[in-house]
Structure formats: structure tokens, C-alpha cells
Design a protein around this ligand. Structure first.
Ligand SMILES: *Cc1c(COP(=O)(O)O)cnc(C)c1O
Length: 371
């Protein structure tokens, strides 16, 4: 038998996640340096110096296994978030936690609901578990932000076999978000057989007054899992550390399928130290607000409709298949993200960079458009 025939049915039809193009790869292809990567929503300021120092301090002890229970990081997170340690599940990135949810709650006889244009990991973990994916249409733009999650459509997509609903708030790649009242109503109305995952990967970037902190609903909604990460605003994507906050009964289930040492020692230490650097986080958010406003304005003056974003990235409509512009930007040394795999073939997603990186991208875009 061919290997494909030996794989479980979910894996047979699976398309792997396509990450942003690595800088080293483009360097090798083009033989150029000074590449600007605005493709993976990384923090252009880098990690906090406190996090770097903490990670470095552990290096002489790399022969030791990390603390598999992540005691100190969980303890610090719990204090900061106003929850208890037994509510926290650490992951090798929040991606890991999403996978733990799928492993614990999804199987071939149940389904998971998520929105059109939602984060690509939801369909992957759903399908890998052999569960059925039910995709709710996104807002068309008449009753809510165009391309954003339509909670009414998502509620209608929930059936007797639904076990998990994935909600990205804000969503990547659209940058759209759900307001407090709207999301609270949706979560409170969920049937008891559904686990709700609210993915807050960009939580630290959002400043809208009606943007909810989903942790506030944990005391009243038992089947709620809130995921966050150190990869985005905390600038630690390379170390891979994220976490879920939930009811302790759910955390216990996630822990049963978790690898014993899923978060490495430098990651545990760096994340803990990063929590002390409020100033780095504030500078990160500030740089992002300014850069995002500039990019929105300049994309509009190029004639591109950009989706209003509350995150550290902007998705914009180039009015035709975006592949050629993506390729031409690569030739200019700028890596952005084509998102045809999200059902948005005419859009590109660009991460907000430093002031210099944003200008470099805009100048490259102008050159590309003028030929
Ligand atoms: C980036 C991202 C994540 C996961 O990132 P990790 O590095 O695995 O923590 C999760 N959800 C969304 C919506 C993201 O954009």
C-alpha cells in the first residue's frame, strides 16, 4: 500500500500550513541582503531585553529537562491574570494549545464550527482529528465588518454534533474583532455540549473600548477556553510559548494529552521575564498604532481597500489576483503574505513593522505598481 493509503482519513486530505517565507530562503533565492519580512505578524522591536537575558541565563543548564509543569510561569501568569494556576495550560505556542483542544474534544463523529477567513490552524487541527469542519460565512459587510466573524451565522452552524467552536478575536488575517456585548451573548447562548475557544493571540495590541477580555467570562461559562501567546506582542515567536486559560476541569483534560515537556526551558524563563516588561509592551503597542495608521492611509492613497484592523497587520484588496504583486515585492526584498488559502485571493496581508520597514514596504509597493 502507498503511504497515503495508510494515513488516517483526516490526514489523507490535509493541506499543510503555509508559513510566511523565511528571510534566509529569499536571501538564497535572490542573493540579496537587507530583506524586510512583514509576513508573520512578528514584533518589529524584537523581544524584551529582560526576556533575552532570562533565556540566556538558562543556556548552561540545557542538559536538564524543563519543568514539565511550568510552575513558575503559570504562577506568575495566574497572578497577573487574576486566575488560579490550575486554570492555565502552557503550550509550545498557542498553536499547540489549539491542537490539545482538538485532541481532547474532536473525533470523527463530531464537528467543529469556525468562520470563513478564520485562522488557518482551526481547519487543520479539526481535519487532523477526523472531525467535520463547518464553516460559517463571514459578514458580507451589511450587518457587521466585512470579512469579520458573523456570530449569527456561527450560531446557526452549531448542531447537535458540534463539540468545539473556534473564534479568533481579533481574527487573523482579517484584523476584524467582536465587541463585548455581541460575543458575551453568543457565548452565553451556546449549548452545553460545545467548547468555545476564544483565541486572543493579538490581545495586547487591541485598544478599542468595546473589545472584551474573554477571561472575564470564565467564572460564568464553564466550557470556555481562552488562548493567548508570547509570539506576537511579546516578541518571542521563535521560542514557541503560548497558553490557554479555562475552567480547571478543562485544563485537566488538556493536560492529559499534552507532551510532558512541551515548553522548553529558555521559553519558560523568557516568557516569565517578559511579563515584567510593561514598558516594552507599551512601546510595542504605540509603535504599532502609529505604523498601522500610516499604512492604512498610504494603502488608501494607492487605491487599495484595506480591512480596518485592530491587530499588528493589515489585509488589503489589490483588485486582482495578488500573486504577481506578492512576487514582485519579493523581488524588491519585501516579504508579505498572500492569503488565497484563506479565501482571499485578491488580498495581501502586511505586518506593521518599524517606521523604516513600513516606508521600505510602501516605496517597494509604489515601484511594483508603477511598472
Ligand atoms: C499567530 C497566531 C496564533 C498562534 O501563534 P503561536 O505562535 O502558536 O502562539 C494563534 N492564533 C492566531 C489568530 C494567530 O494569528
Amino acid at each position: 500500500m502507498k503511504p497515503i493509503d495508510l494515513a488516517v482519513p483526516g490526514v489523507q486530505g490535509l493541506t499543510p500550513y503555509v508559513p510566511g517565507k523565511p528571510i534566509g530562503e529569499l536571501e538564497r533565492e535572490l542573493g540579496i541582503r537587507n530583506i524586510v519580512k512583514l509576513a508573520s505578524n512578528e514584533n518589529p522591536l524584537g523581544p524584551s531585553p529582560l526576556a533575552l537575558a532570562a533565556a540566556t541565563r538558562v543556556l548552561p543548564e540545557l542538559h536538564l529537562y524543563p519543568d514539565g509543569g511550568g510552575f513558575e510561569l503559570k504562577d506568575k501568569l495566574a497572578r497577573k491574570l487574576g486566575v488560579t494556576s490550575d486554570q492555565i495550560t502552557l503550550g509550545n505556542g498557542s498553536n499547540d494549545v489549539l491542537e490539545l483542544v482538538a485532541r481532547a474534544f474532536l473525533s470523527p463523529d463530531v464537528s467543529a464550527v469556525f468562520s470563513e477567513h478564520a485562522f488557518a490552524v482551526y481547519p487543520i487541527v479539526t481535519q487532523a482529528a477526523g472531525a467535520r469542519a463547518v464553516v460559517a460565512p463571514a459578514h458580507s459587510g451589511t450587518h457587521g465588518p466585512q470579512y469579520g466573524h458573523d456570530l449569527k451565522a456561527m450560531a446557526e452552524a452549531i448542531g447537535p454534533d458540534t463539540r468545539v467552536v473556534f473564534i479568533a478575536n481579533p481574527n487573523n488575517p482579517t484584523g476584524t474583532y467582536l465587541g463585548r456585548a455581541e460575543l458575551a451573548n453568543f457565548l452565553r447562548a451556546l449549548p452545553g455540549h460545545v467548547v468555545a475557544v476564544v483565541d486572543e493571540a493579538y490581545f495586547e495590541y487591541v485598544s478599542e473600548p468595546d473589545y472584551p477580555n474573554a477571561l472575564s467570562w470564565l467564572p460564568e461559562i464553564t466550557n470556555l477556553v481562552v488562548t493567548r501567546t508570547f509570539s506576537k506582542a511579546y516578541g518571542l515567536a521563535g521560542l514557541r510559548v503560548g497558553y490557554a486559560v479555562s475552567n480547571p476541569l478543562i485544563a485537566d483534560l488538556l493536560n492529559r494529552v499534552r507532551q510532558p515537556f512541551n515548553v522548553n526551558a529558555p521559553a519558560l524563563e523568557a516568557a516569565r521575564a517578559a511579563l515584567d516588561d510593561d514598558e516594552h509592551l507599551a512601546r510595542t503597542a504605540q509603535l504599532n498604532e502609529v505604523g498601522r495608521a500610516l499604512l492604512m492611509q498610504e494603502l488608501a492613497s494607492c487605491g487599495f481597500a484595506a480591512i480596518p484592523s485592530v491587530g499588528n497587520f493589515i489585509t488589503f484588496d489589490v483588485g486582482r489576483a495578488a500573486g504577481a504583486i506578492y512576487e514582485a515585492l519579493l523581488g524588491e526584498g519585501v516579504i508579505v503574505r498572500p492569503i488565497a488559502n484563506y479565501g482571499l485571493p485578491n488580498h495581501l496581508r502586511v505586518t506593521v513593522g518599524t517606521a523604516e520597514e513600513n516606508l521600505f514596504f510602501l516605496a517597494a509597493l509604489e515601484r511594483v505598481l508603477s511598472v
